[in-house]
Write a protein that binds this ligand. Structure first.
Ligand code: LMR
Length: 400
């Protein structure tokens, strides 16, 4: 009965890892998926995470009961504080509902399904380009996806004029997806002044902002600085959605731990919204897993562990910034044609190199370096040892 089923293509990002795993070359290097690696090229479990896990293991009062549908209460409260700021009036006025979800993707999906059921506008505007999973998540949630101009391939920076024009002509009430910081895949963010202009435009047209915050602390090394855009929108008293992920900033990729916060106009609305979120979650996966959220809550509520986390987080962010400089220097020393300054100007986990899909295919075939076909490379996957190999590959690709 399944003879008619056609083979689906691999995922454009996770499929890169599938191809990488099949390669037997000792030179192979995976810069596809955004996953942090040490200077030795190894995955990293933060010391503070190990310590939290040990504490959880030693606590014999811990049981394996189901969490509530909305997840771990402590985790939800602490997550809202982390992104909105401990002194956020929205939190103090109980206008925020936060539910634990399956990392960033799950938070976006739950938020999308809620909007499809309860919001008067079904259209969501996503930046062009954006993370490849965004259109899929929102389409399957029942929203209609449109794009707004974001990236300018000529300047390799923000197409601010295009962004303002496209959001300016969006229908009133449309939902707008914004990357809170470290835009994926481009590494190009608006300046604080530009964020303020975007905020004014969004509020004047009664558009609904939906932030995807996957890199808080990972872009600049500073948790507050990387939450600036979100806090700007919450400070004006308007509504706002925020999807948070702890995959990158706590290295909890496979634990699938994240949160969806919805900032409402009143405490009463927030509690009614939460009751409906439960109806979205219950038939989807019933309730979320305990382990990852317990690690996060343990770290966020303990002053010393929180401090230790920020130090480890900054070290990861700094290593990525250092890789940017090393790659830029390596291309300059090879005299590689082109202006590569965007490598040091872009921020966060990725560099949007400007390499086209043919050049990417050449680099993968000849140099065994794997990246997404749009030319995005995960800077977090590079090390001082592998930078020269990548620089050689890019040089060969653009001079061939
Ligand atoms: C990425 O963009 O590489 C990450 O967000 C991982 C993923 O799930 O795609």
């Amino acid at each position: 009965v399944f003879e008619h089923v056609v083979r689906a293509p691999e995922d454009p990002i996770l499929g890169v890892t599938v191809a990488y795993n099949k390669d037997s070359s000792p030179l192979k290097l995976n810069l596809g998926v955004g996953a942090y690696r040490t200077e030795e090229g190894k995955p990293l479990v933060l010391n503070v995470v190990r310590r939290a896990e040990q504490m959880l293991l030693n606590d014999s009062s811990r049981v394996k009961e189901y969490l509530p549908i909305v997840g771990l209460a402590d985790f939800n409260k602490l997550s809202a504080k982390l992104i909105l700021g401990a002194d956020s009036p929205a939190i103090q006025e109980n206008r925020v509902t936060t539910v634990q979800c399956l990392s960033g993707t799950g938070s976006l999906r739950v938020g999308g399904e809620f909007l499809a059921r309860h919001y008067h506008q079904r259209t969501i505007y996503i930046p062009l380009p954006t993370w490849g999973n965004h259109p899929k998540v929102f389409t399957i949630a029942g929203l209609s996806v449109k794009t707004y101009r974001y990236y300018d391939p000529v300047t390799r920076g923000l197409n601010f004029q295009g962004l303002l024009e496209d959001l300016g002509s969006a229908p009133s009430g449309a939902i707008v997806l914004l990357h809170a910081c470290a835009h994926n895949p481009t590494g190009v963010d608006p300046t604080p002044q530009q964020w303020e202009q975007i905020r004014q435009l969004i509020r004047s047209k009664a558009l609904l902002p939906f932030f995807d915050s996957a890199y808080q602390g990972f872009a600049s090394g500073n948790l507050d600085a990387d939450a600036h855009s979100v806090r700007l929108f919450v400070a004006d008293g308007g509504e706002c959605f925020v999807a948070q992920s702890y995959a990158k900033n706590m290295g909890l990729y496979g634990e699938r731990v994240g949160a969806l916060s919805i900032v409402c106009k009143s405490a009463d609305v927030a509690s009614r919204v939460e009751s409906q979120l439960k109806l979205v979650i219950r038939p989807m996966y019933s309730n979320p897993p305990i382990h990852g959220a317990s690690i996060v809550a343990t770290i966020l509520k303990d002053r010393n562990m929180f401090q230790e986390w920020t130090i480890e987080l900054k070290a990861m962010a700094d290593r990525i910034i250092n890789m940017r400089q090393q790659l830029f220097d390596a291309l300059r020393s090879r005299g590689t044609p082109g202006d590569w300054s965007h490598i040091i100007k872009q921020i966060g986990m990725f560099t949007f190199t400007g390499l086209n899909s043919e050049q990417v295919a050449f680099i993968t075939k000849e140099y065994h370096i794997y990246m997404t076909s749009d030319g995005r490379i995960s800077m977090a996957g590079l090390s001082s040892r592998t930078v020269p190999h990548l620089a050689d590959a890019i040089h060969a690709a653009v001079t061939r």
